[in-house]
Design a protein around this ligand. Structure first.
Ligand SMILES: NC(=O)c1ccc[n+]([C@@H]2O[C@H](COP(=O)([O-])OP(=O)(O)OC[C@H]3O[C@@H](n4cnc5c(N)ncnc54)[C@H](O)[C@@H]3O)[C@@H](O)[C@H]2O)c1
Length: 442
């Protein structure tokens, strides 16, 4: 379904009043429609996430990797080239993405998985060269540059997919379309509670025999190997945990509520780690307001990196049920508020295949009368056993072929970047940030 995940009613209302054709279907931009030959794909940035993307893409038919670029020549780049070779993809290797653009004249698409501060220049240069781009989140660590990425995609008429892969995840899409939209099982949504909690971990190191030469590090914006490996904690390079992890889930808040946030209040700091090496906050807690057409929804979100309690999930709570979902495939159920006499039975939705029959009870009995009737657990009736990133890549490749619209085009990535990057401002200034609707539009 196109246009369902475009960040909300505020946005649609604005577009209607602005009379713009901004939401031009991506399908119009496809270059490879009716072409059944392999797509020629390159990748820039073959670190942890680049490797995940390669592994997932190798499971998709009719994709041919032709080039890889990474400045860590004798480690990440060699490893990626070796794996691709093993799967029959003979790739040209590049240190600098500009040489890749100069030499690879018939690329259909590029996957960009470099640190956030490189995304905008690389994305813009590939788009200008006529190549469709799949760019990892956060699309940029600067809103000015994120805006330029979207503007360039529009002007060049090329696709720009941002790597919020839950947007293509079949469990999330099933939940949004059937459980929330069609069956409206949550009733009146009032609150959201979500988190990504990670245990204490050591800074990333590197094999001492294979450092990146200091002149290469400097040329590409890194002071030393420690900063190069741990870029996400440095100002100007990444955005810390709220951007790295929170971005995925705060993106879902806007998708599932249908609106962008009106405000965010945040508290955080580098409370545990060394402030020299963790310039961005190791702990962030946030409160959001989402003014939906059905009333206000308030959200709490936290990401901490000192304790992994309960891991990562999103809980959407309405007056008739709670939905708990996570990218981790083991979590996904709706809990019917049996204590609410208004809550209808759900046999119909079980019969329709939206949810599984209740398997038991989840909530602990309390002393309050309203807690004495435990909620019934209905699992989300959608399994998904593939690598998490595969459907999002498939969506990008299918969009290049003109078969689908993108699930997370640049405009959506931009809206999420606005929400998420403002959290760090709110932490720094210790003030509530109030969003204007215009802030989300390009
Ligand atoms: N969608 C997801 O679930 C997800 C998960 C993790 C990371 N990410 C995103 O993926 C991106 C990469 O993260 P990561 O964890 O793989 O980081 P990483 O440090 O493991 O890998 C980054 C790679 O980019 C290379 N590199 C750095 N600067 C470069 C440049 N100018 N040109 C070419 N190569 C360059 C490095 O040598 C390294 O191999 C980030 O934007 C991150 O936010 C997304």
């Amino acid at each position: 379904m196109s246009g369902v995940n475009n960040g909300g009613m505020n946005r649609r209302k604005f577009l209607a009043t602005a009379g713009t054709t901004l939401m031009m279907p991506n399908i119009m931009r496809a270059a490879k429609a009716n072409d059944t030959s392999d797509l020629r794909i390159a990748i820039v940035g073959t670190g942890a996430e680049g490797q995940v993307l390669i592994d997932a893409a190798l499971k998709i038919p009719d994709i041919r990797f032709v080039a890889v670029c990474d400045i860590w020549e004798n480690w990440n780049r060699k490893r990626a080239a070796r794996i691709l070779q093993k799967f029959g993809h003979n790739v040209n290797e590049y240190l600098d993405y500009r040489d890749m653009i100069a030499n690879e004249k018939d690329l259909d698409g590029v996957l960009i998985a470099t640190p956030d501060f490189w995304h905008h220049t690389q994305t813009i240069d590939f788009l200008e060269a006529g190549v469709h781009v799949y760019c990892e989140k956060e699309m940029s660590n600067s809103l000015v540059n994120a805006r330029k990425m979207v503007e360039t995609a529009r002007r060049t008429n090329k696709l720009l997919q941002i790597g919020h892969q839950r947007r293509s995840n079949p469990r999330y899409r099933h939940t949004y379309h059937y459980i929330i939209q069609e069956a409206q099982l949550l009733g009146r949504l009032t609150t959201i509670n979500a988190q990504w909690n990670r245990a204490v971990s050591a800074d990333l190191s590197f094999p001492k025999k294979y450092p990146v030469p200091p002149e290469i590090l400097r040329k590409y914006g890194y002071k030393n190997m420690h900063q190069f490996r741990n870029w996400r904690w440095y100002k100007g390079l990444g955005g810390g945990a709220i951007v790295d992890l929170g971005s995925h889930q705060i993106d879902i808040f806007a998708w599932f509520t249908g609106v962008n946030p009106a405000s965010v209040w945040a508290s955080g700091g580098t409370d545990y780690y060394d402030k020299e090496t963790h310039e961005w906050y190791d702990t962030v807690q946030t409160l959001w307001e989402y003014p939906t057409s059905n009333g206000m929804v308030r959200a709490f979100y936290q990401t901490i990196t000192t304790n992994s309690n309960q891991g990562y999930y999103e809980a959407f709570m309405g007056d008739q049920a709670t939905l708990i979902i996570s990218e981790s495939a083991s979590r996904g159920a709706v809990y019917r508020e049996t204590a609410n006499p208004e809550t209808p039975l759900w046999d119909k939705w079980v019969a329709k295949g939206f949810i599984m029959p209740p398997s038991g009870t989840q909530q602990t009995k309390g002393t309050d009368v309203r807690e004495t009737v435990p909620a019934e657990e209905y699992k989300i009736n959608k399994t998904f056993d593939d690598p998490y990133h595969k459907p999002h890549l498939e969506n990008f490749f299918n969009a290049i072929r003109g078969l689908e619209d993108l699930n997370c085009q640049g405009e959506i990535g931009y809206e999420t970047a606005v929400a998420v990057l403002k959290v760090n401002d709110a932490v720094r200034t210790k003030t509530m940030h109030t969003f204007t609707p215009e802030e989300f539009y390009i």
